[in-house]
Design a protein around this ligand. Structure first.
Ligand code: FAD
Ligand code: SF4
Length: 265
């Protein structure tokens, strides 16, 4: 009923929010995509006064848009797709991905939820765990291994395209036109995570600063050769260029410390 409006929201007290939890049944072929789509559209046609078209459109798009698109990319690009690492990331996945033991409240919640339920909804996978892994420049092989091991719906054709492609941009843009990375401002806007966190969402440097903030600008700076000709990145690259050299140096020092030992944060 509220999928379209709240599909990108995250909350510490909610595991599923308005998500369907249908991915396992779809991926194991217990139910077919056409059956789901027909049912939802049928319900909408019969109950137009109860449900808005935007809720239905958002949901149907996930299935016939994203899911079927991912399937097409997998069959077109494999087996080479499994080795792509266009951003040349080689760091290790933090140990806390396997325990949830981190002081960063967003990661603690998204990872604990994933470990306890073998489930996380899309934005937790993309903008919390995936975002952080990309910002600290983890080898996509390790990121794939984690997603494939953790989620009940993880089957290679739909896992690898989402992880290596959409989330880690290791395919250089076959699936998405730009990497899905963000600093704390996006996480704050979409969730209640920051209000219960020991880190300050507004600070970029200093011991209390949210790690996502320095990592975000450091990532853009480290990887700028990959984004120079990407129009969708031009606004962010312009903002990066406006940061003074001395501030960027401080930001990069903070980011380097986090990348060296993410399990300390
Ligand atoms: C890094 C990352 C890894 C992912 N790994 C998987 C995976 O291994 N298996 C998997 O099925 N989905 C994966 N997804 C996509 C998406 O997160 C899940 O399909 C969704 O969270 C499943 O929960 P749900 O059934 O409640 O989905 P809802 O939010 O209710 O969406 C309805 C349905 O739409 C489909 N869907 C939505 N988004 C996508 C998408 N990006 N790609 C494919 N189908 C989509 C799913 O079949 C889902 O059941 C991944 C996304 C990211 C960012
Ligand atoms: S302040 Fe930073 S680390 Fe803490 S919850 Fe917000 S985004 Fe996550």
């Amino acid at each position: 009923m509220h999928f379209g409006d709240f599909q990108d929201a995250m909350h510490t007290k909610e595991v599923n929010l308005f998500h369907s939890r249908l991915s396992f049944s779809l991926n194991t072929k217990l139910i077919s995509p056409v059956e789901v789509v027909d049912k939802v559209i049928g319900y909408y046609r019969a109950n137009k006064s109860d449900i808005d078209i935007s809720q239905v459109e958002g949901f149907v798009r996930q299935i016939i848009g994203w899911r079927e698109f991912m399937r097409g990319v997998y069959w077109k690009e494999m087996p080479g797709y499994a080795n792509l690492n266009k951003l040349e990331n080689y760091n290790k996945l933090p140990a806390f991905y396997w325990t949830g033991k981190t002081k960063m409240n967003c990661l603690k919640n998204a990872i604990t939820n994933s470990l306890e339920n073998a489930y996380a909804h899309h934005i937790q996978r993309l903008m919390i765990t995936g975002n952080f892994a990309l910002l600290i420049q983890v080898n996509p092989d390790e990121v794939d291994e984690w997603y494939l091991g953790i989620y009940i719906d993880a089957i290679e054709w739909v896992e690898i395209t989402n992880t290596r492609g959409m989330s880690q941009f290791a395919d250089g843009g076959i699936i998405g036109t730009k990497p899905y990375v963000s600093a704390a401002s996006y996480i704050k806007k979409m969730s209640n995570y920051c209000s219960g966190c020991k880190y300050d969402k507004n600070k970029r440097v200093g011991e209390s600063a949210c790690p996502f903030n320095s990592l975000y600008w450091n990532f853009l700076d480290d990887k700028k050769k990959h984004f120079e000709n990407n129009n969708r990145m031009s606004m962010m690259m312009n903002l990066l260029n406006k940061i003074s050299k001395s501030e960027l140096l401080e930001i990069k020092e903070r980011a380097a410390k986090i990348i060296e030992n993410p399990d300390n944060y």
